[in-house]
Design a binder for this molecule. Structure first.
Ligand code: GLY
Length: 431
């Protein structure tokens, strides 16, 4: 089979790498790809927004299946377009991708189907939003979300009324996020532990992946501004079997049933951003795709042939597909460019990846990298995802950081505490 992966991040490098493990696959293209995908597949210089060009390419090269990484083309109807032209593709329709594309659609959907989520107000009126912030009805910190896609910048956690007023002014009046900020959601801040719970869905059946936890802020101790994700780890005990069953029964199944009942069956990868507080689980957000960087540690634990899963999704028989996962833990430490998540440097030469990968149980996934004149250079904010696999979380942490220390590029930075929060739980589980 010939496969096209759309995207250019660490998630897409991990996908290309995993797809290439399959004996059914003879060729993988990645559009536009990065330095890592260039080493193992063929990069195609078409950007993710050029849906027509991607479809023409898939047609011309007789691509059997396209796998879409990022949300933007999904919300713009890439899957609908490919299907109209008889091209095989994994991902939700534009109507189904609204679960990520519109935070208001997602909240209203959850209300319609009694899916647990926090209380909120939605509005397109700046005075109404400001008055609600002033009334303190949701308390502080207050979560403010732009309705539309905002490249990871659409959520503000305002710790005070002053911060809330600044955020609302910027989003709704100055339109710093463009049309995405035309409407907003004000939402109660939920306390607890965030968990990323992803499923493969064929519209009726959901096949869960192993759970994972992201680290969103740039600095250790969950401090500093939010990023796309500075690291993630995966291990089974992030969710107990009982809570996993509860999530499947009260969240995943009603979501798939609700989408199907509303005429928009969800076929693709569905990411449930959950907040866990004891046995109470609520949905913070949906994403219509694999997470980044969660995909890197999650796929590093997947033993099964991912093409079998994709075929099961296309043929709507996921109930007959069984997934095999490696026991133990996996962890990904993101190495970022100087300045990220603000303006960042590019073009820095990267060394040490072969030395890092010489360690057993280490795989370095590229994100913002490119080859120029035979040199590997940084080309994005998040540059590499150093990913490890080990029996315990503590050994996965040690291994990933040992590998990261072998890698160099000027002004690189990375968090030193990825997975640390899980260590306490690991000790409890070991008892
Ligand atoms: N890591 C969060 C996301 O992929 O949206």
């Amino acid at each position: 089979m010939k496969i096209l992966v759309v995207g250019s991040g660490g998630r897409e490098h991990a996908l290309v790498w995993k797809i290439l493990e399959s004996k059914r696959v003879s060729k993988v293209y990645c559009a536009p790809g990065n330095g890592g995908t260039a080493e193992i597949a063929q990069n195609i210089p078409i950007s993710v927004g050029q849906i027509d060009d991607l479809a023409r390419f898939a047609h011309k090269e007789s691509v059997d299946l396209t796998v879409v990484g990022p949300e933007l083309p999904l919300t713009q109807g890439m899957v609908d377009h490919f299907q109209k032209h008889g091209l095989g593709i994994i991902g939700p329709s534009a109507a189904a991708a609204r679960l990520e594309g519109s935070k208001i659609f997602a909240k209203e959907f959850m209300q319609r189907h009694a899916i647990p989520t926090g209380p909120y107000l939605q509005t397109d009126s700046y005075p109404e939003a400001r008055d609600a912030a002033r009334s303190g009805r949701f308390g502080y910190p207050l979560v403010i979300k732009a309705d539309g896609l905002a490249a990871g910048k659409g959520v503000v956690i305002a710790r005070s009324l002053q911060e809330a007023e600044v955020a609302l002014e910027q989003i709704m009046q100055e339109r710093t996020l463009g049309e995405a900020g035309k409407k907003v959601i004000l939402e109660k801040f939920l306390h607890g532990e965030e968990v990323s719970f992803l499923v493969f869905s064929d519209g009726t059946h959901a096949l869960p992946m192993v759970p994972s936890q992201d680290h969103k802020t740039v600095f250790d101790g969950d401090l500093g501004p939010n990023t796309g994700g500075m690291g993630a780890y995966s291990t089974d005990w992030i969710l107990s079997p009982g809570v996993t069953q509860q999530v499947m029964e009260t969240i995943v199944t009603p979501t798939l049933r609700g989408m199907a009942a509303e005429g928009n069956p969800y076929r693709g990868i569905l990411y449930f951003g959950l907040m866990l507080n004891g046995n109470d689980v609520k949905v913070l957000e949906f994403n219509a795709r694999f997470g980044d960087p969660e995909t890197q540690p999650v796929l590093y634990r997947l033993q099964s042939d991912i093409m079998e899963v994709f075929e099961g999704m296309l043929e709507q028989r996921l109930d007959r597909v069984k997934l095999q996962w490696r026991q133990g833990c996996s962890l990904c430490v993101v190495m970022a460019s100087g300045g990220y998540p603000g303006d960042f440097e590019k073009g820095q030469e990267i060394t040490g990846i072969p030395e890092a990968e010489a360690l057993t149980g280490v795989k370095v996934f590229h994100a913002g990298t490119e080859f120029k004149n035979g040199h590997l250079l940084s080309s994005g904010g998040r540059v590499l995802g150093v990913t490890s696999r080990a029996e315990t979380l503590s050994s996965a942490i040690r291994l990933a950081y040992q590998a990261a220390e072998r890698i160099r590029f000027r002004n690189m930075h990375y968090r030193r505490d990825i997975g640390k929060k899980g260590l306490k739980k690991e000790k409890i589980m070991a008892k």
